[in-house]
Design a protein around this ligand. Structure first.
Ligand SMILES: Cc1ncc(COP(=O)(O)O)c(C=O)c1O
Length: 477
């Protein structure tokens, strides 16, 4: 009896027509997304009503499925690359990057081992070398790996730091980070099995920077108590305020204390492209490992993060396993198998979108975009300072600014101010006109704008502030 045959293929003409519709939708989105409202909301009940169904045993018309997705799924997601998406870390992607990703998926390129995809591995090496150079890391000896994002890059770094500094016994190992470090670092530390007692969260100073003196005291005390300090995680561009820790001073301390020096530059690393950013990030080249996150301020579509290391052998030493089924693909030592540099064996071809975007636009265009973002944030700060109703809580730093509604001449309590600013954010988001949420700084509720979209204009910010002012006045009237 013949087995039933299923090829999961479409006729060539259908694929072409289908592909055209997909590209048409993507290019229209890139061209006209600013005409839509950036915020999408939906309760679980509403989403269930739209999408919940049992698994379909029978086929559907491919064009109908596509249209359904375009009409209902894509529009029910917040547009993180919208000029008025100011919150979290926006995702101001670019079209070439999106097309690169489409190619990577379309050809389903395995980016794990050299033997399977030598060109993909080479492009990852080339793109990585560009980054090593940009950040002042040794290009010949250094290396790295593209990951799904900053969280995975931080996890990869802590695995490596633990392996190289502690080996298998990490029962007395202690790791240091500031109270402004991104939560992904704590997550990484917890995933790796460290106990609470092995994590030191050092309070930051008034400007949200790592308190070096407090850190020195903590290390000294830990040594006296028999702990083994092994790693420090600094931040180059905190998520809350864009603050850069004192990178040079921390490098010196790590050297003195023989600590692994990891810098989380997932948010702020890309500022290296700009004039002012390069100055602010002085000392970043002294890290043992550095997380950068191209799907943030390098304008790439999700997912691409990156871990850079001073010595590529560290990654290989940490992550190499030699199962029998991979014995035929080892290759020679210069041919990197990226599955030996990180957690994943099967990996998508992440380097492609980054490589194509940089080649197409040229680095100059990226530099201009980063400079523009920094200047826009500074212009927003100046605008807020001139207004009688806004108070700047944390000045424009690496394109992030925090502020709150606190009009001159009114004496609201801290509790009232928190309520007003929370209300403003809630109303703005509910209006769907802009994505502007709050954060907490020194226990105050503040509005936070992250201005890394090169297509955001001062007018976009102005419109949003006006909207905020209207809501604030309604609330306080
Ligand atoms: C400083 C910092 N580190 C790490 C991360 C995590 O990166 P990802 O969301 O790409 O996993 C973020 C995300 O916002 C971040 O701002």
């Amino acid at each position: 009896m013949k087995p039933p045959k299923a090829t999961l293929q479409l006729p060539y003409e259908t694929m072409q027509a289908y592909g055209q519709k997909v590209i048409e939708a993507i290019s229209t989105h890139h061209h006209a997304q600013q005409e839509r409202k950036p915020v999408a909301t939906g309760s679980r009940e509403e989403m269930d009503q739209l999408f919940l169904e049992t698994i379909p045993e029978n086929p559907s018309n491919p064009f109908e499925v596509l249209q359904e997705v375009l009409d209902h799924v894509m529009v029910k997601s917040t547009i993180v690359s919208h000029p008025k998406a100011f919150s979290f870390v926006p995702g101001p992607s670019n079209f070439i990057g999106a097309m690169g990703d489409t190619l990577a998926s379309g050809f389903n390129i395995f980016s794990g081992g050299w033997a399977v995809s030598p060109a993909a591995a080479e492009l990852e090496i080339v793109t990585m070398n560009w980054l090593l150079q940009l950040f002042g890391f040794p290009v010949k000896k250094g290396g790295g790996i593209f990951t799904s994002g900053g969280s995975m890059a931080n996890l990869t770094a802590v695995v490596m730091a633990r392996q190289l500094k502690c080996g298998d016994d990490f029962s007395k190992a202690v790791i240091y980070l500031s109270d402004q470090a991104h939560s992904s670092n704590i997550k990484a530390i917890r995933i790796l099995g460290f106990h609470k007692e092995q994590i030191r969260i050092i309070p930051t100073d008034q400007e949200f920077r790592f308190g070096v003196n407090k850190l020195k005291n903590a290390i000294a005390k830990d040594r006296l108590e028999g702990w083994q300090p092994f790693c420090l995680i600094a931040t180059a561009g905190t998520t809350n305020t864009g603050t850069v820790d004192p990178l040079e001073a921390l490098a010196k301390l790590c050297k003195q204390e023989n600590l692994w020096y990891h810098i989380d530059g997932a948010y702020g690393g890309a500022a290296i492209l700009g004039k002012e950013g390069k100055h602010l990030l002085k000392g970043i080249q002294k890290a043992d490992s550095l997380t950068v996150d191209p799907h943030k301020w390098f304008y790439q579509p999700y997912e691409i993060g990156c871990l850079l290391v001073r010595n590529h052998r560290w990654l290989k030493h940490t992550f190499t396993e030699k199962p029998e089924y991979l014995r035929d693909v080892e290759g020679n030592p210069s041919e990197i198998n990226f599955y030996d540099h990180g957690v994943e064996l099967t990996r998508r071809f992440r380097a492609l979108k980054f490589y194509m975007s940089i080649k197409t636009f040229g680095l100059k265009e990226f530099r201009k975009a980063v400079d523009y973002n920094m200047q826009l944030a500074e212009a927003v700060e100046a605008r807020l300072r001139k207004s009688s109703c806004w108070e700047v809580i944390s000045p424009a730093t690496l394109a992030v600014i925090n502020f709150r509604y606190n009009p001159i001449g009114k004496s609201y309590s801290e509790k009232q101010l928190d309520a007003i600013n929370q209300y403003i954010s809630k109303k703005v988001v509910a209006s769907r006109e802009a994505l502007l949420v709050t954060t907490l700084l020194n226990k105050q509720v503040v509005l936070r704008m992250c201005l890394i979209n090169p297509r955001t204009t001062m007018q976009d910010v102005e419109d949003t502030l006006r909207l905020c002012e209207t809501f604030a006045k309604n609330k306080t009237a």
